[in-house]
Write a protein that binds this ligand. Structure first.
Ligand code: MN3
Length: 201
C-alpha cells in the first residue's frame, strides 16, 4: 500500500508565501486522494502495490490496461507531490550555491535568467500541470507536463518541480498564478535540489 508522507515542516511554516489552509487542503486532501485512488486501483495487484512509486511510474507500459490511466494520474500525483513537499522549506529561497549554482549557470546562463525562464514556463502551462527542471541527454532543461504526468514516466529525473494546479494556489492567490510563482521562489529547499541533482548523475 502507498501511504501519505508527513510534511517535513509545520503546515504554517511556509507562511506568508504558501498559507496554512492551502497546505492542509493540498497535502491532507489532494495528495491523500491520489494515494487512496492509487491503492484502490491496484487492489488485487499485490506486486504493484508493493513497488516503489518511481519504479511503478518507470514501468507504466507493464501496468494492466484497465488500471493504467488511474495509475498514471494518481501514481503521478503521489510521486509529484512527495517530491514537491521535500523541495520546499521555511526561509528557503536564497540563491543556490555550489553544485546547483554551477548547474544553473552552465545550463541557463545565470540565476536570474533561469528564474525568468522557469517562471515563464510555469506561467504558460495551459490548465493543470507542472513545471520541471530535468536532466535529458546529459543537459539540464526546463520542461512542463500536463495533469499529473511525471518526467519519471519518460525515464527522466526531475531536479526541481512546481505544481501549478489551481488547488496549489487559488485560496490565497485566486487567479494570480504569477504571484504564486514569484512567491514560491522564497521557499525552495536548494539542499534538496542538490540531493536530486546528485542522484541524477
Ligand atoms: Mn497539487
Amino acid at each position: 500500500m502507498f501511504t501519505l508522507p508527513n510534511l517535513p515542516y509545520a503546515y504554517d511554516a511556509l507562511e506568508p508565501y504558501l498559507d496554512s489552509e492551502t497546505m492542509h487542503l493540498h497535502h491532507d486532501k489532494h495528495h491523500a486522494a491520489y494515494i487512496k485512488n492509487l491503492n484502490d486501483a491496484l487492489t488485487g495487484h499485490d506486486e504493484l502495490l508493493n513497488m516503489d512509486i518511481n519504479d511503478l511510474l518507470k514501468n507504466l507500459d507493464t501496468i494492466p490496461e484497465e488500471v493504467k490511466t488511474k495509475v498514471r494520474n494518481n501514481g503521478g500525483g503521489h510521486a509529484n507531490h512527495s517530491l514537491f513537499w521535500r523541495l520546499l522549506m521555511p526561509n528557503g529561497g536564497r540563491e543556490p550555491n555550489g553544485e546547483v549554482a554551477e548547474m544553473i549557470n552552465s545550463n541557463f546562463g545565470s540565476f536570474n535568467d533561469f528564474k525568468d525562464k522557469f517562471s515563464k514556463a510555469a506561467l504558460g502551462i495551459f490548465g493543470s500541470g507542472w513545471a520541471w527542471v530535468i536532466k535529458k541527454d546529459g543537459k539540464f532543461i526546463i520542461s512542463t507536463t500536463p495533469n499529473q504526468d511525471s518526467p519519471i514516466m519518460e525515464g527522466l529525473q526531475p531536479i526541481l518541480g512546481l505544481d501549478v494546479w489551481e488547488h496549489a494556489y487559488y485560496l490565497k492567490y485566486n487567479n494570480r498564478r504569477n504571484e504564486y510563482i514569484e512567491n514560491w521562489w522564497n521557499v525552495i529547499n536548494w539542499e534538496e535540489v542538490k540531493n536530486q541533482l546528485i542522484h541524477s548523475s
